[in-house]
Design a protein around this ligand. Structure first.
Ligand code: IPE
Ligand code: IPE
Ligand code: MG
Length: 231
């Protein structure tokens, strides 16, 4: 059985560019172009959900030119990749506070999500303006609102009560987390959902992470003994 859900922290675009004397945005361009082969390989392997960390709530700290460039790139990506999404049966979704994105990016996302809504092979979830702590705060607010209007008794709150109010409520937890560029941290990504995921960290920068690297990660995943606290 392939992992049902793979999540990737696509890191290292900036360093990839710097190593080549290129501007950081060139690295982001190559990184965006790299989504297609990796997504195709997920379809080929029978993976049902692929979540890609594309922009964190902390990434607004970056220079305005880089941030604006990323939103323009997102628009190009969505237009360019729509035929591929239709060809392979890829359904696009997002997690994160996308209502805070520039209007144009929101519109393009809404169009692509609608156009791919009936696709069945793979759900591609872009984490945009996402952070786990924001997600948990949003869930806590919803729980408090439900309790306040009498729709929820605080005594009955369980982990499922929280899970049902996360952005990921419709999706299974990731089985496998991949982070490129060698960083050994989560950077505020899916803290709740990754509780029992297997981690695979590769020194490769995201623009260099190819189909064969994804296959290697899946091979490694199959060697792991997932005990979920049992024996
Ligand atoms: C990941 O690459 C993409 C985003 C966070 C948008 P980085 O831009 O973080 O690349 P490095 O880590 O600076 O090399
Ligand atoms: C994590 O990468 C966010 C994305 C890949 C979108 P960062 O480059 O922002 O993380 P840090 O700053 O190295 O922790
Ligand atoms: Mg980085």
């Amino acid at each position: 059985m392939p992992p049902q859900h793979i999540a990737i922290i696509m890191d290292g675009n900036g360093r990839w560019a710097k190593e080549r004397g290129l501007p950081r945005l060139k690295g982001h361009e190559r990184g965006a172009a790299n989504v297609r082969p990796v997504t195709e390989e997920c379809v080929a392997q029978g993976v049902k959900f692929l979540t890609l960390y594309a922009f964190s709530t902390e990434n607004w700290k970056r220079p305005g030119d880089e941030v604006n460039g990323l939103w323009i790139l997102l628009g190009h990506f969505l237009e360019l990749e729509l035929p591929t999404m239709m060809k392979y049966g890829i359904r696009l979704r997002t997690i994160g506070r996308t209502h805070e994105l520039p209007e144009e990016a929101q519109q393009k996302l809404a169009n692509t999500i609608a156009a791919t809504a009936e696709n069945k092979a793979l759900t591609l979830i872009l984490a945009l303006n996402y952070s786990s702590r924001t997600e948990l705060a949003d869930a806590a607010r919803r729980i408090a609102e439900d309790a306040k209007r009498g729709a929820l008794d605080p005594a009955t709150i369980t982990p499922d009560t929280i899970g049902a109010r996360l952005y990921t409520s419709e999706y299974p937890d990731p089985d496998l987390l991949i982070r490129t560029s060698g960083e050994m941290r989560l950077s505020n990504f899916m803290l709740w959902q990754l509780s029992y995921s297997e981690f695979y960290i590769t020194p490769k920068m995201w623009p260099d992470f190819g189909k064969e690297d994804l296959r290697a990660a899946i091979v490694e995943f199959h060697k792991r003994d997932r005990r979920f606290g049992g024996i």
